[in-house]
Design a protein around this ligand. Structure first.
Ligand SMILES: C[S@@+](CC[C@H](N)C(=O)[O-])C[C@H]1O[C@@H](n2cnc3c(N)ncnc32)[C@H](O)[C@@H]1O
Length: 294
């Protein structure tokens, strides 16, 4: 039966609030930064060899903090190139934050930003309609494939835009994370839109393996302190539960059995460990890197 619960991504205000809380209380961006500084430079080394301009597309960029970290690594690897950066982000609030941040950094004058306030599928439609033939050297989709109708088709489209030596970088939660367990157990009872809120790198790897598409992958261990979720009526806890379930006001709109089931699983060792009285949710991520189609 279809779930009557409202999907969080349909309420941008609340989505951004709960996402911000998630960033503040998890090691998400710290782990991504470690990856960007320690591993990404090697991935980017072969990108756009010999070119004077590199074309980049960021899909679901949010407020752009992670994008700018990656762009600075790209610059370090390719010091004299100009960058053409297409940003695809449907949240006007997030896009605004990104633009403001860029406006405050005059050293980014080697990058031309094009702001696309739209979803990945709208971007695809626009690209096809305008018959754009430009090829991309680096495309990234970081923690966003949950929100598209068909992750496989989205990957196929963006991979088809890669130039020779181009790379497509995908970051999603790992199949081995608490998110994976939550999805296996409850995805059918949580929100009912046509999105894939619990898709993991495990799912994507299975699809790619099945089609014999080569890729490289990395694991990024991460955790999230979700202790307040277990205090009835705690506002922070309720926002975190919204982000975990991707349901607006989950605590007050979900049937009691579903709420109890979710809380029980969140505390279970399959999802979390308890450390010094805090409940630390396993929020491990995975990275998948694809080359241009042969
Ligand atoms: C979890 S946030 C990740 C933001 C950023 N990449 C990061 O890692 O900090 C997901 C982002 O995807 C965006 N988004 C939601 N639906 C989308 C869609 N259909 N196409 C592209 N982006 C989408 C959201 O607005 C949000 O900024």
């Amino acid at each position: 039966m279809a779930s009557p619960l409202k999907c969080l991504v349909q309420d941008d205000e609340r989505y951004q609030k709960s996402f911000q809380l998630f960033l503040e209380r998890s090691s998400e961006h710290r782990c991504m930064r470690d990856f960007i500084h320690n591993t990404l430079p090697d991935v980017l080394a072969s990108v756009g060899k010999g070119k004077s301009q590199l074309n980049v597309i960021g899909v679901g960029s949010g407020a752009g903090t992670i994008d700018l970290e990656m762009l600075s690594q790209l610059r370090l690897k390719h010091p004299r190139v100009l960058v053409d950066n297409e940003v695809v982000e449907p949240s006007s609030q997030q896009l605004h934050k990104y633009r403001v941040m860029v406006g405050q950094k005059p050293d980014l004058d080697y990058i031309k930003f094009t702001w696309n306030e739209m979803t990945a599928s709208e971007f695809e439609e626009q690209w096809r309609q305008k018959n754009i033939t430009k090829k991309a050297d680096f495309i990234h989709m970081i923690q966003m494939l949950y929100y598209v109708k068909d992750p496989e088709a989205t990957i196929d489209f963006f991979q088809s835009l890669l130039d020779k030596n181009g790379k497509l970088l995908i970051i999603l939660v790992s199949g081995e994370s608490g998110w994976g367990k939550l999805g296996e157990t409850f995805s059918s009872q949580l929100c009912n839109t046509e999105i894939n809120q619990y898709v993991t790198t495990g799912d994507i790897k299975r699809l790619l393996d099945h089609r014999r598409v080569p890729y490289k992958s990395y694991e990024l261990p991460s955790h999230w302190d979700i202790t307040e979720c277990f205090t009835d009526g705690d506002e922070t806890g309720e926002l975190m539960l919204d982000f975990l379930t991707q349901v607006v006001d989950f605590s007050n709109t979900a049937p009691p059995e579903l709420r109890q089931g979710v809380l029980k699983l969140l505390r279970d060792p399959q999802c979390s460990v308890e450390k010094e009285g805090r409940v630390m949710f396993n929020s491990n991520m995975g990275v998948i890197v694809l080359d241009a189609l042969g």
